[in-house]
Design a protein around this ligand. Structure first.
Ligand SMILES: [Zn+2]
Length: 304
């Protein structure tokens, strides 16, 4: 896969259109069970109250409490049906200045609302990383039609537009924060990130300033990973356990570095998972601004 040039990198930062490409097929060719991640939780329907995503999230164990010795091996993890995961960036109406390519990363407000409504109408339940981690490592049950919604790059509209929309349906999400942007114009503040966390969403790391993990050496690990993790833990008062690769780019060398810094899983984009370390290459697809709800639905079914 082509690495982004330095100029592309700055362009991506300006646009906050930061992931390297759209891919909707990924492992679809080798995956024979699309969207069958529906593992019915027998407890969910019997509690007498409607299970909300928050209840489910609360029910998921802290990943650090799952003993390493009792977790599934790579082959077993790869054999489980994948949970569909969507990746969003900006949620705002297109302007004349938006390039054709950028529009994959900019979902117009009405389109976004239609995406979320389609998911709700189709019976999808949002899940969070602790639930997916427990599912992948121990076979823990998930709600029927699970889906994870993730938002990268700290854009303000994720708080002002996406959050209230998800609230309508009791949906929770994952926000992968790039800490350099906190408090800047058009980006979320620390208080907003704290609020999202307090409201039961998961905050993950997306580095300090979006540099490609494959190029880190020496101090880069401290700048891009250690310090942002500390910042996010101070803001949320919680451990930061999950990471999303800028541009979706990763290499095997990154896995031990992330593990020794306390991450339990990392999220890439639509490319094939690493066969030895599937937890550090959990797949997501970018929900394009061009996609009508029907296209999104087809992509979900075909890609996972
Ligand atoms: Zn990004």
């Amino acid at each position: 896969m082509k690495l982004p040039s330095a100029s592309l990198l700055s362009a991506a930062l300006v646009l906050a259109a930061c992931d390297s490409k759209l891919a909707t097929t990924g492992e679809a060719a080798t995956s024979s069970t699309p969207a069958k991640a529906a593992v019915i939780d027998p407890a969910a329907g019997t509690s007498g109250t409607q299970a909300t995503s928050t209840d489910e999230a609360n029910a998921a164990p802290d990943p650090k409490t799952i003993p390493a010795g009792s977790t599934a091996n790579a082959a077993a993890i790869l054999a489980r049906p994948q949970v569909p995961i969507l990746c969003y960036h900006q949620i705002r109406d297109w302007t004349a200045r938006d390039s054709k390519g950028a529009k994959d990363y900019i979902v117009p407000v009405a389109q976004f609302r239609a995406h979320i409504k389609m998911l709700a109408d189709s019976g999808y339940h949002t899940v969070l990383p602790d639930q997916v981690y427990a599912y992948l490592t121990t076979g823990a049950k998930l709600p029927s039609k699970p889906i994870m919604l993730t938002f990268d790059d700290t854009d303000l509209d994720q708080f002002t537009i996406a959050r209230p929309e998800l609230d309508k349906y009791g949906y929770k999400a994952v926000y992968f924060v790039m800490t350099v942007s906190l408090g800047r114009p058009h980006y979320m503040t620390k208080a907003m990130v704290k609020q999202l966390s307090d409201e039961g969403n998961t905050i993950g790391s997306h580095t300090w300033d979006h540099h490609n993990v494959k190029k880190y050496q020496g101090k880069d690990w401290e700048t891009q990973i250690d310090k942002p993790t500390k910042t996010l833990e101070t803001i949320t008062g919680k451990k930061i356990n999950y990471f999303a690769y800028p541009f979706g780019l990763w290499n095997e060398q990154a896995f031990p570095e992330l593990k020794k810094r306390g991450f339990v899983a990392a999220f890439s984009l639509a490319e094939k998972r690493d066969q030895n370390d599937p937890l550090f290459t959990i797949r997501r697809i970018i929900a394009s601004g061009y996609w009508k709800p029907r296209t999104l639905h087809n992509s979900i079914v075909q890609s996972f």
